[in-house]
Design a protein around this ligand. Structure first.
Ligand code: CIR
Length: 258
């Protein structure tokens, strides 16, 4: 596969549950509107399909208010999938729920020690960058390092900015060499050697986008970053994210892509 970091054939998503109003959040900026979230979710899934993916749409899990954010439960590499060990206790049970669906496509490995959520992991063509955060610690990263040691990737530990939920809250892969990032994250020097496109000032929440085949999915409402990406030649699709944003979710969290 030429560009394993953004060329995909499949995705797994999970419908939001009504219990999403109890989803985790750093700051209370209002209750998510469930009906709007369902419409946004449908648009997201439709866009993945338009990008050429076969999408497995899993049913809602009312017992797990954050379960629609399937990305955090597993790291999907071309040669293996690795089940994560979420640092949020309320999310730990989501891993067993995703496992059988990944087992249909993959040899499955599992993090057994420490904590790690895949929202903290950015995979490029050559590297697995893992951000230390409130959800991901060194023991979890060491467990991942052990599993991927014979893969084609080099694992590098980086820092998630303080007050930011996940490493990928602040960055996305646009292609094998290009990363969309907030300035506060890129200023740490973690992307030396990559091309970096910065989100516009005040539009930091646009950083969590996803490149899927020939499309970039980004949250709606960030016109200057949208223009920057279009000018750089990307085929950008804007998706309303107002409701997921209330519980700290964005484009990458809503699917596993492989
Ligand atoms: C959480 O705090 O775990 C959820 N409310 C949001 C998870 C977002 N996931 C991600 O950025 N990968």
């Amino acid at each position: 596969m030429q560009n394993p970091s953004f060329t995909f054939t499949r995705a797994i998503t999970r419908s939001p549950a009504k219990s999403v109003i109890n989803g985790l959040r750093a700051t209370d900026i209002g209750m998510p509107d469930f009906a709007q979230m369902q419409r946004d979710h449908a648009h997201y899934v439709e866009t993945l399909k338009l990008a050429g993916l076969e999408v497995t749409e899993l049913p809602a899990l009312p017992d797990f208010p954050d379960a629609q954010f399937v990305e955090d439960t597993a790291l999907c590499l071309p040669e293996m999938a690795i089940l994560m060990r979420p640092g949020a206790p309320s999310r730990m049970g989501e891993v067993a729920e995703i496992a059988p669906h990944l087992a249909q496509h993959y040899d499955l490995y599992k993090i057994e020690t420490g904590y790690i959520e895949a929202g903290d992991i950015l995979t490029t063509n050559t590297e697995i960058l893992v951000g230390l955060s409130d959800r991901t610690n060194r023991a979890g990263i060491a467990a991942l390092q052990f599993i991927v040691q014979n893969s084609n990737y080099t694992l590098r530990i980086v820092e998630t900015p303080s007050g930011v939920l996940h490493f990928k809250t602040d960055c996305s892969l646009l292609d094998g060499e290009t990363i969309l990032s907030t300035k506060r994250l890129a200023d740490s020097g973690c992307f030396t050697g990559y091309n970096v496109i910065y989100t516009a000032d005040g539009e930091e929440a646009a950083a969590n986008a996803i490149r899927v085949n020939d499309k970039v999915l980004m949250a709606k409402g960030f016109p200057r970053t949208h223009a920057i990406l279009q000018k750089a030649g990307y085929d950008v699709v804007e998706i309303n994210n107002s409701e997921c944003a209330k519980i700290d979710g964005g484009m990458s969290c809503l699917s596993l892509r492989f």
